[in-house]
Design a protein around this ligand. Structure first.
Ligand SMILES: [Zn+2]
Length: 307
């Protein structure tokens, strides 16, 4: 049961960790979708939009992204193909998706995928769009993604937070020694959310929730710990990225893990800078197994979370 009541014209399809949530805003002749999920689950996303969000045999006019990471825009092309909607991305993300190359949105860096798409226009902080009979104003939400936006509806005090705030965490922030601009930006974003005082938060991942102050306090604690201990942050980033990759692949032979970690740039870059040289694969698999994030059976790693 969701802990918040949303207006009937605002529908949330709660997904997992590979796919972000989809927010559908229904208004006659002007239906809007926020964020499209990961590309390998595009068929499922289209099915859910039709069956659960009321977009069966209905047009979708516009798709708006909170940010251009693969789990939020990977399905943009599929949704635009199915509905002919226009696509709006945060203005700051243009440089990350145009021109579209294997390096776009850091996909090669992380071994992720997204179908190439064409955006029609951009939205910047301070600008608004209509959705579900309400006006949603864009606020800067840097930290996890320095170009991300979040959308706030002041009448019902609903915030679509993307990966800037989840109920018990947020999207990872890059580790850095000393002053860390990503952590500073994330803290600023939390202060913005505090000022907005939302009655309901629709996060990029997980169920919508009401207790924004509680969530903010939990995330601040994590950011403080990451600022004090960049290696802890580095371990968190590596674990998050690897579980994400496993959700995409569904399984990976245990024997392939060291080669995979050596091959995909983000693991090498982060571990070289922050972790002692040695058995990255052994530590990673052991840690994720102990925390219950993965299972290992018959020489195969599998994720335990839903995609
Ligand atoms: Zn996300």
């Amino acid at each position: 049961m969701p802990s918040v009541t949303l207006p009937p014209s605002v529908r949330v399809i709660v997904r997992g960790w590979l796919n972000c949530n989809q927010v559908v805003m229904l208004a006659p002749g002007d239906n809007v979708l926020v964020d499209s999920g990961y590309c390998t689950h595009r068929e499922r996303t289209l099915e859910l939009l039709a069956s659960r969000a009321g977009l069966d045999r209905q047009p979708l006019e516009r798709l708006v992204n909170t940010h251009c990471h693969s789990d939020h825009m990977g399905g943009n092309a599929a949704v635009a193909n199915a509905y002919g909607c226009r696509i709006t991305i945060p203005a700051g993300e243009v440089k990350n998706v145009e021109p579209w190359t294997p390096q776009s949105a850091w996909m090669e860096e992380f071994d992720q995928r997204a179908d190439p798409f064409h955006y029609d226009d951009t939205i910047d902080a301070g600008e608004s769009f209509e959705g579900g009979g309400f006006e949603w104003k864009a606020y800067p939400a840097p930290g996890h993604d320095m170009d991300a936006l979040m959308f706030f509806e002041p009448r019902n005090r609903i915030l679509i937070s993307g990966d800037a705030l989840w109920e018990n965490a947020m999207g990872f922030v890059w580790p850095g020694e000393g002053a860390n601009p990503y952590i500073d930006a994330a803290r600023e974003t939390l202060a913005t959310i505090e000022r907005l005082a939302p009655a309901a938060v629709i996060p990029g991942h997980g169920e919508p929730f009401a207790d924004a102050p509680g969530a903010i306090a939990r995330v601040r604690e994590k950011l403080d710990a990451f600022a004090r201990d960049p290696a802890k942050n580095a371990r968190h980033v590596i674990k998050s990225m690897f579980v994400f990759a496993l959700l995409d692949k569904q399984s990976m032979p245990l024997a392939d893990v060291p080669g995979y970690l050596a091959r995909v740039p983000c693991y090498r870059n982060v571990s070289e800078r922050f972790l002692p040289p040695g058995e990255l694969a052994e530590w990673l698999v052991g840690d994720l197994q102990r925390s219950g994030a993965i299972s290992v059976a018959d020489g195969l790693l599998r994720p335990t979370a839903i995609g």
